[in-house]
Design a protein around this ligand. Structure first.
Ligand SMILES: Cc1ncc(COP(=O)(O)O)c(C=O)c1O
Length: 396
């Protein structure tokens, strides 16, 4: 049937405009909030940032939330506040974005990868156990696509070996595990508010923790590591003290205004994401060679990504599938090229392909389909049509 020929092999694309895998949803509500912040006294970090931090802390159920310029800078500060240092080894997953491992790298500590569980695609506690040495000091698990890592297993390992845990929860804002928000688990967690994430501030991130000392260290490092009100302040009101190497990772009040307005829409965003996921699950569940995302146990994730696994029975390789979907103007993506494939980790830490077989097997199959709140029924229909059309072409 010519009309059903995929665009890559001579047909017309299912749509003329490319749809990406993720995108922000900004309404007049958010625009008004940003304008109102811009008309206020502060356009750098001011009271709206504090309000955003307080609201996030309350929502996650933690005592402290510190907003930063990005998820990456939040991970940097969290690693430093945890005291990760040269000679120490920090265990993490290879199936993640580079920033997860930078939590160790920035501090001079060594990132040590451990293989993943193929079902959840998150760190496998038993694989972590095999990588432990006397130098192991920390653990940075990532809630892949929003699916919780094995929180119980990893925390009990951390207890046994006295590891500080920093959860990379950049994908997971709005989700919960055993009725507890993801991010509330010790010792600290980090969120990203990049435009494709579950809520956005443009660029932005947040560290959350119940540890007061850890929180004040993050706060200080965020702002130049300067003590703005040292004891001498009474005597010399202008006096400030810099006694360490800090950063300017301050987020602005107008970004926080956007974040506050997005927070109000979190349930709406989750409903919209869940609806698209249900539609995809229904459409793809019966197709040979496609594995839909796993159903999580004891948790209610807010999925950031919809990750399919494409295997041989589908009829074509994952690579061919990606090209075919792009030709249909469906901007699928692969999350992620495993970290041990990157020159950074090969040159600096001597990693090489072949070391993490489960991660590599999963990597060869995964592909993220578009998933974001602004997708309408036509967008979802186009994605479904494109997948089915490619499948039929290779099945006939
Ligand atoms: C798992 C993970 N960690 C960290 C980050 C870094 O977040 P940001 O882009 O806000 O720096 C990302 C962002 O894409 C991510 O996906």
């Amino acid at each position: 049937m010519k009309g059903d020929t995929p665009a890559r092999y001579g047909g017309e694309p299912v749509r003329s405009e490319t749809i990406g895998y993720g995108r922000q949803s900004i309404t007049d509500h958010e625009k008004a909030a940003v304008i109102s912040a811009l008309e206020g006294d502060y356009i750098t970090r001011g009271p709206t940032v504090t309000e955003f931090e307080d609201k996030v802390a309350k929502r996650i159920g933690v005592d402290h939330a510190i907003a930063t310029t990005s998820g990456t800078s939040a991970l940097h500060l969290a690693g430093q506040a945890a005291g990760f240092s040269p000679g120490e080894e920090i265990l993490t997953t290879p199936l993640t974005f580079v920033s997860t491992a930078l939590t160790a790298v920035y501090t001079g500590a060594t990132p040590v990868f451990a293989d993943i569980d193929p079902h959840s695609r998150t760190l496998d506690p038993e694989a972590v156990r095999r990588q432990l040495t006397a130098s192991s000091a920390g653990l940075v698990p990532m809630h892949y696509a929003g699916h919780p890592a094995d929180i119980e297993g990893l925390l009990s390992l951390a207890d046994e070996h006295d590891l500080t845990v920093i959860w990379d929860a950049c994908h997971a804002f709005g989700g919960s595990w055993r009725d507890e928000p993801l991010g509330a688990q010790r010792d600290a967690a980090v969120f990203s508010f990049h435009p494709v994430k579950n809520i956005t501030t443009g660029e932005g991130g947040m560290v959350v923790t119940n540890d007061g000392g850890f929180a004040s260290r993050v706060r200080r490092l965020r702002s130049f590591d300067i003590e703005y009100e040292p004891d001498r302040h009474v005597d010399k009101p202008w006096y400030q003290v810099a006694d360490g190497i800090g950063y300017n990772y301050n987020i602005t009040d107008f970004q926080a205004a956007l974040g506050l307005a997005q927070l109000e829409r979190l349930e709406e965003f989750k409903r919209q994401r869940d609806k698209i996921i249900d539609r995809y699950d229904e459409a793809f569940g019966e197709i040979d060679g496609l594995r839909t995302p796993p159903t999580p146990v004891d948790s209610e994730p807010m999925y950031h990504l919809y990750v399919l696994e494409v295997s041989d029975e589908f009829g074509c390789s994952r690579k061919e599938f990606v090209h075919a979907m792009h030709a249909e103007n469906i901007g699928v993506q692969v999350h992620y090229v495993p970290l041990h494939y990157h020159p950074l980790f090969q040159k600096k830490y001597d990693y090489s392909p072949g070391e993490f077989p489960v991660t590599e097997r999963v990597y060869r199959k995964i592909v993220s389909l578009p998933l974001f709140p602004g997708m309408d029924v036509d967008d979802v229909r186009d994605v479904v049509r494109a997948v089915k059309r490619v499948n039929r072409y290779f099945s006939d």
